[in-house]
Design a protein around this ligand. Structure first.
Ligand code: HEC
Length: 493
């Protein structure tokens, strides 16, 4: 059974309502109970009991085969990356291609390293727009298949091959009645030599905007079909000088605003459509700071990455502004905006936690979470400390992997609504010991810095701000959607 943690819906100074909501949904998190307690609560609920009883019976009935049980899972959850001419090192399209990898597949899926999705499933919100993880049942099927010797099965059971587009289209253009985005910004070309080590390419490109524009959708694509073989993932950061206090971010060592993630892309991602009536604001003089992770494509390939931006028509201003904030530990030198971070300072041979806080100066809906650390990154938690003192875990990445800079985008019906005055607490754990396989040297002291051998300890978090009236309306709407009628104050009096 999948347990879905829902978002907290809270209003300041109304402890009773919050108490009701939490007992409905978030109690295990709120009470700070661990995984075992969660298991217990799952088992005592009648639904959970049914699921526990039903599983072994169904599973004993038959051994999973590739053609019948595995191919559909691979088509849906793996082929985007694991097919010829895509980013992963091997194709998982046919039985013959997949069979040699059976053991590795079992270990990667059982530990939830593949598909890359590192949110802890036992705590916090679990409803995401872009969830590409496997269900418990899918993992169970794959593990059983490998344990049974990875049999092929009846060829007649094989589903038709999944059709993948082999031309370079823009995903959203048609939807807006266009053939191209309104603005396309290209990174500079990079040549990835056959067999070369992974490389991170960070050119800076001006957007060329001469007036503020509201963004309603963004997407990223490699510059060519060939480029998909080497473009492991790409991050486009937006750097601009903010005049609005709510939107400002800390400054870097040179006094420039730290560029915030505008969009992160890996194969399989369509793009990002803003929520209705909300948008991101791009300012004149803004720049795109690229961070493109290239990996070996088996041949020399030269490519660039393209960022496609769709604007609201001029004169049409969305009601809500989405602002991307840096939350968490910083470089310790002047943390502008409202980040209250401690400095990143990690002794040798140590697991170290770095904590940072961010004050919500206005009511907001937290839209997404992207932990950012480097090679020693181990885990990162984001909690909300409400003005009434309650603490709730929003999301926890328990198995951070520097290879994958996932942005976890909450479903609109699950994105936490938080009152102004909430403190968002970001805790980053770094493992600077030899136990961390990615650690290049456990015997050195590590501080804040841009190189992958230095560290960072923050999350990029998108917030949609709202005034009191809009916030109340959003909370009411959420209550209705979640059927929380018993939380209605009038019924409790
Ligand atoms: C978003 C892209 C993506 C998706 C989706 C994805 N993979 Fe991967 N996978 C990769 C990349 C890239 C690598 C190699 C580098 C790495 O591990 O980051 C990889 C590595 C692997 C490996 C390790 C191969 C080795 O060298 O031993 C296995 C096994 C694997 N994937 C299985 C799967 C399975 C099974 C699925 C689906 C259930 C899946 N992957 C989904 C991109 C992906």
């Amino acid at each position: 059974m999948e347990r879905s943690g829902s978002a907290p819906v809270v209003e300041s100074n109304d402890i009773r309502r919050q108490g009701c909501y939490i007992s409905h949904d978030l109690r295990p998190h709120y009470l700070g109970l661990g995984k075992e307690s969660l298991e217990m609560s799952r088992i005592v609920s009648s639904l959970g009991l049914l699921a526990v009883l039903a599983l072994p019976v169904a599973a004993a009935a038959q051994t999973p085969t590739f053609t019948k049980d595995i191919a559909p899972i691979f088509q849906n959850k793996c082929e985007a990356c694991h097919r010829p001419d895509s980013i992963a090192p091997m194709s998982l399209v046919t039985f013959e291609e997949s069979r040699p990898w059976a053991r590795s597949i079992k270990s990667r899926v059982a530990t939830r390293q593949m598909p890359p999705w590192h949110i802890d499933k036992t705590i916090g919100i679990q409803e995401f727009e872009n969830d590409r993880s496997l269900t418990d049942k899918e993992i169970d099927t794959i593990v059983k298949w490998v344990d049974a010797g990875a049999p092929k099965g009846d060829p007649k059971d094989m589903p038709p091959a999944k059709q993948w587009p082999n031309e370079q289209g823009w995903n959203y253009a048609k939807q807006f009645g266009q053939t191209e985005p309104d603005l396309v910004i290209k990174s500079l070309p990079w040549t990835q030599k056959a067999g070369a080590n992974d490389a991170w390419w960070k050119p800076v490109v001006e957007t060329g905007l001469t007036e503020p524009r509201w963004v309603r959708a963004i997407e990223i694509r490699p510059g060519s079909v060939k480029g998909r073989k080497i473009t492991h993932h790409a991050i486009a950061r937006l750097q601009q000088v903010e005049t609005d206090d709510l939107a400002s971010n800390p400054l870097d060592a040179n006094g420039n605003p730290l560029p915030g993630t505008f969009m992160e892309w890996a194969v399989g991602k369509q793009g990002e459509m803003m929520r209705p009536n909300s948008g991101k604001l791009m300012l004149p003089g803004s720049k795109i700071v690229w961070d493109v992770h290239y990996s070996n494509g088996g041949e020399d390939i030269t490519d660039h990455v393209e960022l496609g931006i769709y604007f609201y028509p001029k004169g049409q201003e969305p009601k809500f502004r989405q602002v991307l904030h840096l939350m968490g530990g910083t470089n310790g030198s002047g943390s502008g905006g409202n980040a209250l971070g401690s400095a990143v300072d990690i002794p040798p041979n140590t697991v170290k936690a770095t904590v940072g806080y961010f004050l919500l100066k206005e009511n907001g809906r937290v839209e997404s979470y992207q932990p950012h650390m480097h090679l020693r990154g181990k885990a990162m938690a984001m909690e909300a400390i409400l003005p009434n003192g309650q603490i709730q875990v929003l999301s926890h990445v328990s198995d951070f992997n520097f290879n994958w800079h996932n942005t976890y985008v909450y479903k609109e019906t699950a994105a936490p609504l938080l009152p102004k005055g909430t403190l968002i607490k970001v805790t980053a754990w770094h493992d600077n010991t030899a136990a961390n396989k990615a650690n290049p040297d456990p015997n050195v002291w590590v501080g804040y810095g841009d190189r992958t051998v230095d560290e960072m300890a923050h999350a990029w978090v998108n917030v949609t701000y709202m005034n009191d009236a809009d916030y109340r309306a959003a909370v009411e709407e959420r209550r209705k959607a979640l059927n929380l009628t018993t939380n209605n104050a009038s019924q409790q009096q």
